[in-house]
Design a protein around this ligand. Sequence first.
Ligand code: EPU
Length: 432
Amino acid sequence: MTQYVINGGTPLHGTVNISGAKNAALAILPATLLVDGPCRIENIPKVTDVTLMLEILRDVGASIRLLDDNTVLIDSGGVRVGSVAPYEQARRMRASYYLIGAFLARFSSAQVAMPGGCNLGVRPIDQHIKGFEALGADIHVKAGSIHADARNGHLTGSPVYLDVASVGATINIILAAAMADGLTVIENAAREPHVVDLANFLNSSGADIKGAGTDMIKIRGKKRLNGGTYAIIPDQIEAGTYMAAVTAAGGEVTLNNVIPKHLECITAKLTELGVDVEEFDDSILIKREGRLRKANIKTLPYPGFPTDMQPQASACLSCAEGISMITEGVADNRYRYVDELKRMGARIQVDGKVAVVEGVRRLTGAPVQACDLRAGAALVVAALSAQGATEIGGVYHIERGYEDIVGKLRGVGADIRSEEIPEPELLTANAT
Ligand code: EPU
């Protein structure tokens, strides 16, 4: 198995190129199932979740041709009605639920394993199901898979009011509605940049989707969508993670290929901590000298501070002067990384959705374990600022969402390496 070894304490200097957005790619790749003819998708991040989604699409019959590390040509002409997303792959990834919306749109029926993904507490999909049912689908769960079938053989547009502004439900309902008869209106829709990116991709293929980026999205179904070329937006959370890395380790780093507007919710908070951020057209410069200041953070749906940046922010606050308070306003259980940060000397008390962080002067390196994607990112951020060596296990979680994180950090002077170590021996049957 692989672990990262990081010797912390070196300020970061140089340039990092930010990859395409994982969560946009995970919506747009299944959306190619709706399209007639080849789609050339550019700026896809080379991360394992995206590879898994491409494998699933290939398994259901799509032709997938990687033109280079970050460009893929997809033609879903070979996908046949009744194709089933492979159980073992689909259940490993949360975003596999987008195959339900995509298959429903194309074939009026779908069969997909119950979704997996990061364990962030209870993650229901009731809002997705409510949307599919409103459009005229019957949904039931059998043998670990979700079965969806349009009652009249086709979906019909409908108003859908979401009880929570769920990113996944908004994307899934857009997918299902893009080829339904008539008008679908999603109220209390999620406004995240990847919702907008999916709508832009579908519109570029001939769909009629208005209002993405606001809380009301109107989708008028079209009979046919056509292939073309589309470039995925830069990854807001990857960029935010490198901003956090500079915040924790110090130094001066330029991030290229970003949309500064998408980062404002992160920039505003890091500025409160005492970091300088300068925005350019498609890059930003982050500079940090001196001790960080405390700050209170509450995570909220976009354009609020992202829940996917909460663990990395917590790593930064662990060395800030004073006591900070974090309130998790989106996910159910997103503090599982705290025990690992404590091994590095962090002082954090969690009570339900609130964490109180008492900043220490310096974290110290320790062997730690990533328990999910952003938890792993937080450990990397903490390790970059810590004194001594940190060994991070469970890095396959990190590689689900960060393209070449080791290479990118080495490029700005971090002392980080990836190494293979033997699997820990299993306990024998007679062990006590
Ligand atoms: N929720 C419901 N019912 C639903 C759907 C969601 O109650 O039917 C609740 C969830 O339990 C959660 C909240 O609504 O408390 C928000 O969930 P949402 O549906 O918005 O999240 P998601 O679509 O499951 C996506 C990202 C996550 C990111 C969240 C929030 C993808 C593939 N995943 O998840 O990304 O944390 O939005 O922004 O886009 C990550 O990249 O590390 C990651 C976990």
